[in-house]
Ligand binder design. Structure first.
Ligand SMILES: NC(=O)c1ccc[n+]([C@@H]2O[C@H](COP(=O)([O-])OP(=O)(O)OC[C@H]3O[C@@H](n4cnc5c(N)ncnc54)[C@H](OP(=O)(O)O)[C@@H]3O)[C@@H](O)[C@H]2O)c1
Length: 170
């Protein structure tokens, strides 16, 4: 079996913002469903702050939390102490569960640390320019190519227009 891919999954505003005060800042029901479908059954790596903002391991996913805190322990969560550690645990989980990817679910610090190692980016581009304190790193067009893009309008379920974009390395 091929080595599991490292895939970053993020919802990113037009100005790069992904969150404020350790929470999400928009309501996009379609994106929640999209995230669920992309990550179900898979290894899901996240930073300790994002984990605390969610509050629990997400059902059906194998949660791996990155932290430097030696006291961090939560039932149902694997703990990683470094980026390399998180990838090694994620790839082991992927092999054990017969899946083909390690999904990286943020937040800002974690996306920045994993960007150089990512094989693919699954980005929801949100048509808003909010204030915030966490952001996604620049997606350089010289390194990343848009493979697919699907645009959706604002609706009763989704407070802004958005696009699901898959990027692959050039
Ligand atoms: N829009 C989206 O798709 C999306 C997705 C996820 C999160 N978010 C947002 O992003 C924000 C949180 O992002 P953030 O940057 O503040 O925090 P974060 O990336 O979620 O977590 C940062 C924490 O991860 C740990 N960490 C980071 N690098 C590490 C390394 N190399 N080795 C070991 N541990 C490491 C540290 O935990 P310790 O301090 O415990 O050592 C650090 O404090 C929130 O607003 C959240 O809502 C948005």
């Amino acid at each position: 079996m091929a080595k599991p891919a490292v895939i970053l999954v993020a919802a990113v505003a037009k100005n790069g913002i992904i969150g404020a005060d350790n929470r999400l800042i928009w309501r996009l029901k379609s994106d929640m469903k999209h995230f669920r479908a992309l990550t179900m059954g898979k290894a899901l790596v996240m930073g300790r702050k994002t984990f605390e903002s969610i509050g629990k391991p997400l059902p059906g996913r194998h949660t791996i939390v990155l932290t430097r805190d030696p006291a961090f322990a939560v039932e149902g969560v694997r703990v990683a102490r470094s980026v390399e550690d998180a990838i090694a645990i994620g790839q082991e989980v992927a092999r054990e569960s017969g899946t083909d990817a390690v999904m990286v679910a943020g937040g800002g610090e974690i996306y920045a640390a994993f960007m150089p190692l990512a094989d693919r980016l699954e980005i929801t581009e949100v048509d808003l320019e909010p204030a915030g304190d966490a952001s996604f790193p620049e997606i350089s067009p010289t390194r990343w190519r848009e493979e697919t893009r699907h645009d959706f309008p604002k609706s009763a379920d989704d407070e802004a227009a958005f696009a699901f974009i898959s990027y692959v390395r050039r």
